[in-house]
Design a binder for this molecule. Structure first.
Ligand code: NAD
Ligand code: UD2
Length: 310
């Protein structure tokens, strides 16, 4: 078991590839299962002999069985992370975002692997708790196929915990940012879009007055918590919000960006997106109680790392 790999589904993507680097640096062997739909081989240390890449789909049950066999733990991140894509094609994204989870849980049962980290989302709360810090008990209101699949995945993992002894650690990520986040869609994370445009000197569009707030967390801080979750002796039941319980407005974020790049390109304010949440912030008491949370990376520091200036 000493060299048994940790499987990261979606390991070639934004969050997964950072976790991959951290685990390799700690001496773990890592196996990545990724269909490279948004993930990139370039994100991975392919020449590292402790890394194995299996290119394929988590919706393929047989492939997932092969990927899980012989692993010490699983981190299940593979999903179509675009909410908009799930709205446009719920049947297609359901294969990755829900069937993929069921395949992972079932393969873990068959192969006797117990520990699994799962990437859920603040999207499961819908608009509930808006304006306050949102605690895990807040009633759920999944408003999109993406959010429905995340919540159903959480519930299936809980079934496998009760029935088959799986040890799921369910994280509900709020807004994660950092290097390798894909800025290519209008619905990509706002920081990835703004920082890319700032670096290229292209105009930035803020939807609304810029006073909407988000709870932005640097990916490196998240990864430290995920590594701890893999190493915990015992897992406590119940999903964990992952955020700083800190509200940062887009205008504040733009100021930090200006500090990092020197001067900003033109910033235009356009009509707010319909259905946009005004304020989203995590109650993170459970996170702080269960994990040794690092001194958070500041927005300026995180943006500097993203832009290769740190
Ligand atoms: P990402 O798109 O960079 O990573 C997803 C990875 O999964 C990619 O490498 C992609 O190629 C792979 N993938 C997609 N469908 C697959 C399939 N069917 N089979 C195999 N691989 C597949 O996005 P990310 O931001 O790194 O997201 C990682 C996880 O965290 C996702 O589950 C996402 O829903 C969740 N999440 C992210 C955020 C955030 O702020 N980034 C917030 C909430 C939840
Ligand atoms: C996040 C998720 C989304 C869904 C939602 C649930 C990401 C990228 N998005 O949306 O999928 O889960 O949470 O609550 O993780 N904005 C601009 N200009 C741009 C792009 C965005 O002003 O070019 C604004 C946008 O209107 C919003 C804010 O920036 O007010 C943040 O947008 P986001 O898509 O990064 O994140 P969010 O929290 O709205």
């Amino acid at each position: 078991m000493a060299n048994a790999p940790i499987l990261i589904t979606g390991g070639a993507g934004f969050i997964g590839s950072h976790l991959c680097d951290a685990l390799l640096a700690k001496g773990y062997a890592v196996r990545v299962l990724d269909d490279l739909s948004t993930g990139k081989p370039d994100n991975l240390q392919l020449s590292n002999p402790h890394l194995e890449l299996i290119e394929g789909d988590v919706a393929d049950a047989q492939l997932v069985q092969r990927a899980v066999a012989g692993c010490r733990a699983v981190v299940h991140l593979a999903a179509v992370a675009s909410v908009q894509a799930s709205v446009e094609d719920p049947v297609k994204t359901h294969q990755s975002n829900f069937i993929g989870t069921l395949n992972v849980a079932e393969a873990m049962r068959v192969h006797g692997v117990r520990r699994v980290l799962f990437a859920s989302s603040a999207a499961v709360y819908g608009n509930n708790g808006e304006g306050e810090s949102i605690a895990e008990e807040t009633s759920k209101a999944p408003l999109t196929p993406y959010a429905v699949d995340k919540l159903a995945s959480e519930q299936y993992l809980d079934f496998y915990r009760r029935q088959h002894g799986l040890e799921p650690v369910v994280f509900r990520f709020f807004n994660i940012f950092g290097p390798r986040q894909d800025p290519s869609s209008p619905y990509s994370g706002v920081i990835s879009i703004f920082s890319e445009r700032a670096a290229q000197g292209l105009p930035i569009t803020v939807f609304g007055d810029g006073e909407q707030t988000r709870d932005f967390l640097y990916v490196g801080d998240l990864v430290q918590v995920m590594v701890q979750a893999l190493e915990l002796a015992q897992v406590e039941v119940g999903a964990v919000n992952v955020g700083l319980n800190q509200a940062t407005s887009l205008n504040q974020m733009l100021k930090a960006l200006e500090q990092v790049v020197g001067s900003l390109p033109a910033v235009h304010y356009a009509q707010a997106r319909s259905g946009d949440i005004r304020h989203s912030r995590a109650d993170n008491q459970r996170l702080l109680a269960r994990f040794d949370f690092p001194q958070p990376t500041s927005m300026v520091e995180g943006l500097a790392k993203l832009l290769g200036k740190a």
